[in-house]
Ligand binder design. Structure first.
Ligand code: GRF
Length: 197
């Protein structure tokens, strides 16, 4: 299964995917890692010898043109799946329609609770005792697509946002790798419902 992974941050979810493929735990090929800005995730890709690209929003006159540029760049690698692994930009409906059912996102909450960019902060503020991570298909609405996998993570009394997010990310990395392993098996199996390239 050929992947393009998009990142915006530290890239530990990407690293978990790279480690899993090096260990032979998942049958995926990361064709490229893209980002909307220079970030540590791109350095992890470069260190692993993976092709990288950056499509900065600031270099385009508007979001529409940025979406089209990102879309073209991703499509040029002909991926079976596009993985948003800590990619902090929202893509538009046309971008999603170009890769139908092929975009996977990982999110640090138990969706549909706490969608959006501040999921961990919002969960803490609400006072939930259990939160988690979700791997789901991307649809035009943000953090709303069909759920592929979830893991629950307990919230401790004295958690800060950073401490809780690290606990979630630790579980999230395994969740994402396992979800990709299952998807890669489905892509190479005979499941007629799953799109393939
Ligand atoms: C993850 O928790 C992801 O769900 C969220 O940002 C974090 C990215 O972490 N959107 P990393 O860049 O993979 O380390």
């Amino acid at each position: 299964m050929r992947l393009v992974v998009l990142v915006s941050g530290s890239g530990t979810n990407l690293q978990a995917m790279i480690d899993a493929l090096h260990q032979g735990d998942v049958e995926v090929d990361i064709a490229a890692v893209g980002a909307d800005l220079e970030c540590a995730g791109l350095d992890r890709a470069r260190a692993a010898g993976i092709d990288t690209f950056v499509v900065p929003l600031s270099e385009y006159p508007d979001r529409e043109q940025w979406n089209r540029a990102l879309q073209r760049r991703v499509a040029s690698y002909h991926p079976d799946r596009v993985v948003f692994a800590g990619f902090m930009r929202i893509v538009d409906a046309e971008f999603v329609s170009v890769f139908p059912r092929r975009i996977i996102n990982t999110h640090p909450s138990l969706l549909p609770s706490f969608p959006g960019a501040h999921a961990v902060r919002d969960a803490l503020a609400y006072g939930v005792k259990v939160t988690g991570a979700t791997v789901h298909e991307v649809v035009a609405d943000v953090d709303a697509g069909p759920i592929l996998a979830q893991v629950a993570v307990p919230v401790a009394e004295d958690d800060t946002e950073a401490v809780l997010h690290e606990r979630i990310k630790s579980a999230e990395r395994t969740l994402l790798v396992n979800a990709l392993a299952k998807l890669s098996w489905d892509v190479t199996s005979t499941d007629p419902d799953l799109p393939r390239s």
